[in-house]
Design a binder for this molecule. Sequence first.
Ligand SMILES: [Zn+2]
Length: 335
Amino acid sequence: MDDTTTCSMPCPVCEGRTFQSVAHVYDDRYGEPNRYRLARCTQCGHLATAPRLDESVLPVLYGTYYPRKGTSPEQVSRSAASATAPFARLRRWWQGVNNQGQYLVQPGEVMLDIGCGSGISLLEAQALGAQAFGIEADPNVRPIALALGLNIHFGSLHDDPFPGQRFDLVVLNQVIEHLPEPDHALRHLRDRLTHSGRIVLVFPNVGSVWRRIAGLRWINWHIPYHLHHFDRAGFARMADRCGYRVHSTRTITPNLWTLLQARASRIPAQPGVPHPLWATRPAAADEGKEARRSAGIKTALRLLVLLPIAILNRTLDAVGQGDSLMVVLHPKGIR
Ligand SMILES: [Zn+2]
C-alpha cells in the first residue's frame, strides 16, 4: 500500500483532477510487464488505474497481450442460435449470462452494440426481431463479419459511423471500463439516440461482495485493460453529469466469473508472467468414445460445483450485491 503518491488525471465522475494511490497492481492475467497503481479520486472516491493509458497506446497493448478469440463464422452462428432456443431465458438467468444489453432489445428496434466483438450479439438481436449495427476496434474479426453479412464498423465510436442513423438501444457490454474517457463516450452517444432511445451498460461492480472478499485478487480489476472501476453511486453521478437519468440498475453475476475467481485466488499471479488460468486452450479435437466419457464426467462434476455457486449468485443479485452491474440510462429532458 502507498498512501502518499498522488497523480493528476481527470475524474469522469466529479471532474476533479487529483488521485491518491491506494495499491500497487499489475496485469495478473496476460503478463503485461508494467506496474500500475489503483488510485482514488480525492474528491469523490472514484477508483481508476494510474497512470491512465492513452487511447493511442491501446491498440499495441491489446494487440500484444490480449488474447484473440479463435472463432469462426460457424461458431458465432451456433452460439447466437442458442439465444432463441427453448428455455434460453431461464438458462441465461441461472448461469448469470443475461448480463448483456442485446437481450433487452424489442422487435422492430434498431440496436447499436459498441465493442461487439465477433458479432454474436448482433445475430442475437436480429433473431429477437431487431435491426443490428456494431462497432469493433479489433480488425481481426472482419472476415467473420463479412461472412455473416453483419453491419459492423471497424474503428472507434468517435469515427461517427452510420451517419444519420439513430438508435433505439445502444449497448456497451463490458466496454465502458476500458475507455480512458468514459464520460466523453456517454456525451457523444446522447445525440445518436431516438426520442425513446436508451443505453444499456454492463460493467464490473467494484462494490460487490466478491470484490470485498477477494480484495486485490478480484479478477475484475483486470489491470491495465480496465481504466475505471465503477460502483453504482459513482456511475450514476457520471451519467447524471453527462445528461442521463438512471432508469434501472441491477447486478447479474456470471457463475463462470465466480468459478474463475475461486481458481485465480488459489494460484498466485506473478508480475510479467501470464497466469495459467487465462491461457487460451486449443479446442479438443478428439471425439472418441473415451474422450466423450471423460467430457461427460467433467460436465457432471462442473454442474455439482456450479450448483451452490449459482444459488449464491442468484441470491446476491436479488439483493444487488453481485459482480456485474447492468445500468439502463435514458437521456434527461426528452421524455
Ligand atoms: Zn472524482
